[in-house]
Design a protein around this ligand. Structure first.
Ligand SMILES: NC(=O)c1ccc[n+]([C@@H]2O[C@H](COP(=O)([O-])OP(=O)(O)OC[C@H]3O[C@@H](n4cnc5c(N)ncnc54)[C@H](O)[C@@H]3O)[C@@H](O)[C@H]2O)c1
Length: 444
C-alpha cells in the first residue's frame, strides 16, 4: 500500500496550509500542512507560492452506480484529488473506507507530492477514495464497484497522467481489476496505468516488502551515521503487519536485536531478542495473534508498554497518533523511525526533540512502497521484468540517498529531520515549477 489514513485539523473547504495547528496533538495531515509552512519560512518561499501549493490542481467527485447481488442499485461516492504534477504524473493510492471524505483525500494527495519529492522519484501527488465499507460487499459487488469507479475516473488517469495504487482496504486484486477495466476500455493493455498489481499482470517482485525494506534501509543508514553497532542495538516494533513484519525481519537479519513486536492484540517482549521464525510459525499455524504466542522468556505487554520499553530504536509501524504529548516523555528509545504514517503527533515530536531523540520522519522512512511502485511503472513502460536483486539494490540506492539528502539539509539549516524532509521536498517542487515557467533571463 502506498498510503493510509491520517487525521486532519482543517475544516470543510479550508485549503491546505491555511489551518495552522493550534493544538498540541495535531496528526498526520495537519502536521504536514504546518511543516510546509515552516519549510517555506526556512527557504524563503513567498506566501503567494505557498498559497498556490496549498490547493490541489484538480478534484474529481464521481457517483458510481452498482447493481448489488439482490438486484437493487446502490450509488457510491468516490473521489480523486490531483495535488501537483510539477515533477511528474500524479501518483497515489485509492482507499475504500466508509468515512473517507474529500478533505482527507485532499490532505493525503498533498502528502504524496512531498513524499515523492523527498525520495526524488519523478511523480506528483494524488489520492483517491470511495465511501464504502468494503467488508459489507461481496467479491462480485466489490469488483463491479471498482470497475465502475475506474470507468468514471478514466478520463483523468493514464500512465503519463495519474497512476493509482493500493491503500487502505484495497489490494492487488483490486489493482488487477483497474488494469483490466482500463485496458478493455482503451482497447490495448495499459499495465502502467496502475501499480501494486499482482506479478502475473505486470506487478513487480519486491513490492510487498518494499515499505518495510525501506524502513530497514533508513534505520541502518542512521545507525551508521550515529556510529551505533547493529549487534548491540535493541529494537521494538509496534505493528506486525506488512510494514512492521518486513522491517523487523530485515533488521534482525542485519544483526539487530528485535526485542519486542506487537499487533492489535498486544506485544511480546524478550530481552536479548525474539526468535522471529518461531513467532512467524506460531502466527501461521494458529492463524492468530501475538497475544496467544508462548515461548520461554517471553513477556506479554500492552502496546502502550511497548512504546515505553528500554530499547535503542523504536519503529511505530501500526497506525497514526500513537506517540502523543501524553506519552512522549515515557519513550526511552533514542531513535524513532516512523514506519506508519503519522504515528507521532506534533506535540510529541516537540517533546522528543527536546529530549534529544532522533526522529526519522514518515515521509522519508516509509517511502519505500512508492519507490518500488515507480520501479513497477518503469518496467511496464519499458516492457522489462526486473529480478528481486535489481529491485532491492535500486531501492537501497534511492532510500540511502534520500536519507543522506535529508540529513545534509538538516545540517545545512540546523533543523530537525522532519522539517528537513519538508524543506527538501518543497525545494524540489518549487524548483521544478520555477524552471518550467522561468523567464528567458533565468536561462543565462
Ligand atoms: N503497506 C505499505 O506499503 C505502507 C506504505 C506507507 C505507509 N504505510 C503505513 O504503515 C502503517 C502500517 O501499514 P501496514 O500496511 O503494515 O498495515 P497492516 O494492516 O498490514 O498492519 C498493521 C499492524 O498494526 C496492528 N494494529 C492495528 N491497529 C492497532 C492498534 N490500535 N494498536 C496496535 N497495533 C495495531 C495490526 O494488528 C497489524 O499488526 C500504516 O500507518 C500505513 O499507512 C504502509
Amino acid at each position: 500500500m502506498d498510503e493510509k489514513v491520517g487525521v486532519t485539523t482543517r475544516s470543510a473547504g479550508q485549503p491546505l496550509g491555511v489551518g495552522q495547528p493550534q493544538t498540541e496533538d495535531v496528526g498526520l495531515v495537519g502536521l504536514a500542512d504546518f511543516m510546509v509552512q515552516r519549510a517555506a519560512g526556512v527557504l524563503g518561499v513567498p506566501s503567494d507560492f505557498v498559497a498556490r501549493l496549498s490547493v490541489p490542481d484538480r478534484e474529481v467527485t464521481v457517483h458510481v452506480p452498482v447493481r448489488m447481488d439482490n438486484g437493487r442499485w446502490r450509488v457510491f461516492k468516490g473521489y480523486r484529488v490531483q495535488h501537483c504534477n510539477a515533477r511528474g504524473p500524479y501518483k497515489g493510492g485509492i482507499r475504500y473506507h466508509p468515512e473517507v471524505g474529500i478533505e482527507e483525500v485532499r490532505g493525503l494527495a498533498a502528502l504524496m507530492t512531498w513524499k515523492c519529492a523527498v525520495v526524488d522519484v519523478p511523480f506528483g501527488g494524488a489520492k483517491g477514495g470511495v465511501e464504502v465499507d468494503a467488508t459489507e460487499l461481496s467479491q462480485g459487488e466489490l469488483e463491479r464497484l471498482t470497475r465502475g469507479y475506474t470507468l468514471l475516473m478514466l478520463p483523468n488517469w493514464g500512465p503519463q497522467t495519474d497512476i493509482p495504487a493500493p491503500d487502505v482496504n484495497t489490494n492487488e486484486q483490486i489493482m488487477a481489476w483497474i488494469m483490466d477495466t482500463a485496458s478493455s476500455a482503451l482497447g490495448r493493455p495499459v499495465p502502467a496505468i496502475v501499480t501494486g498489481k499482482p506479478v502475473a499482470v505486470g506487478g513487480t517482485v519486491g513490492r510487498r516488502e518494499a515499505t518495510g525494506r525501506g524502513v530497514a534501509i533508513v534505520t541502518m543508514r542512521m545507525l551508521e551515521r550515529l556510529g551505533w553497532r547493529p549487534s548491540s542495538t535493541r529494537l521494538a516494533v509496534q505493528g506486525f503487519g506488512n510494514v512492521g513484519r518486513w522491517a523487523a525481519r530485515i533488521l534482525a537479519d542485519a544483526g539487530l536485536k528485535v526485542e519486542a513486536i506487537s499487533d492489535i492484540s498486544g506485544a511480546v517482549y524478550r530481552p536479548g531478542g525474539l526468535d522471529l521464525d518461531d513467532v512467524e510459525r506460531h502466527l501461521r499455524e494458529s492463524g492468530g495473534l501475538l497475544a496467544t504466542y508462548r515461548a520461554p522468556g517471553i513477556q506479554h505487554l500492552t502496546n502502550a508498554e511497548l512504546l515505553a520499553l528500554d530499547v535503542d530504536v523504536l519503529i511505530p509501524a501500526a497506525i497514526e497518533n500513537q506517540i502523543t504529548s501524553r506519552n512522549a516523555s515515557q519513550v526511552r528509545a533514542r531513535m524513532i523511525v516512523e514506519g506508519a504514517n503519522g504515528p507521532t503527533t506534533s506535540g510529541a515530536h516537540r517533546v522528543l526533540l527536546e529530549r534529544g531523540v532522533t526522529v526519522v520522519p514518515d515521509i522519508l522512512a516509509n517511502a519505500g512502497g512508492v519507490v518500488v511502485s515507480y520501479f513497477e511503472w518503469v518496467q511496464n513502460l519499458r516492457g522489462e521484468v526486473w529480478g528481486v536483486g535489481q529491485v532491492n539494490e535500486r531501492l537501497e540506492q534511492i532510500m540511502a540517498r534520500a536519507m543522506d539528502d535529508v540529513c545534509h539539509t538538516a545540517e545545512q539549516y540546523g533543523i530537525d529531520l522532519r522539517l528537513a524532509a519538508f524543506v527538501l521536498a518543497l525545494h524540489r517542487v518549487v524548483e521544478s515549477l520555477e524552471r518550467r515557467r522561468a523567464p528567458v533571463e533565468a536561462m543565462a
